[in-house]
Design a protein around this ligand. Structure first.
Ligand code: COA
Length: 164
């Protein structure tokens, strides 16, 4: 049985190991940058675990729309709350295809809806744009280049409410 819960201090070694395993087209973010997100937005950074083992994580925080944050730089403050930003979703290789990514995303979307956000944003990297399209996200314009996110990175958004 897979359980989703907010991150605890003891989860970071497992989270960092999954990050190192998952990203090959961009530099992994250091621990202080990863944990900075959970310090600023502790209610919306989650892990998926099974029998005490962390299988995946999703780090989110409020952010300004159409301007994704720089990578590998700790945030001093949250730059706006125009959208609910999914900073990093990763699932360990051994747990792929079990619905862990979808379960983490469902938790985030429910949280964002309850908090009154109208949009969710993210930068899809590596081969993940197809995953996000499947979840309803569509490419959207950005006001800054996404070079540091690697080749083929795409800023994508999902509306949470129907337009009036
Ligand atoms: C992308 C990722 C998070 C998906 O996690 P996962 O737990 O394997 O995904 P799920 O099992 O919840 O899959 C949900 C659906 O998406 C599909 N899917 C999963 N990865 C996909 C991909 N890369 N491209 C297209 N579809 C994908 C699954 O087949 C499944 O489809 P179904 O509902 O029709 O059965 C995982 O592959 C990963 O960690 N990748 C490396 C890190 C990464 O790129 N993260 C995204 C950063 S933007």
């Amino acid at each position: 049985m897979i359980n989703i819960r907010t991150i605890r201090a003891l989860d970071w070694p497992a989270i960092m190991a999954i990050q190192h395993e998952c990203y090959h087209q961009l530099e992994p973010e250091p621990l202080e940058v990863m944990s900075n997100k959970a310090e600023l937005a502790p209610a919306c950074c989650w892990v998926a675990e099974r029998q005490g083992k962390v299988l995946g994580y999703l780090l989110c925080h409020p952010w300004r729309a159409h301007q994704p944050p720089p990578l590998s730089v700790p945030m001093q403050t949250l730059a706006g709350d125009e959208e609910f930003y999914l900073h990093d979703l990763a699932v360990s290789g051994e747990a792929r295809g079990l619905g862990v990514g979808q379960r983490l995303l469902a938790t985030a979307l429910e949280f964002a809806c309850n908090e009154g956000y109208e949009h969710v944003g993210l930068v899809a990297v590596q081969d993940a744009p197809a995953f996000w399209r499947k979840q309803g996200f569509m490419p959207s314009a950005t006001r800054k280049p996404l070079d540091e996110y690697g080749d083929g990175a795409v800023y994508m958004r999902l509306p949470l409410t129907e337009p009036a």
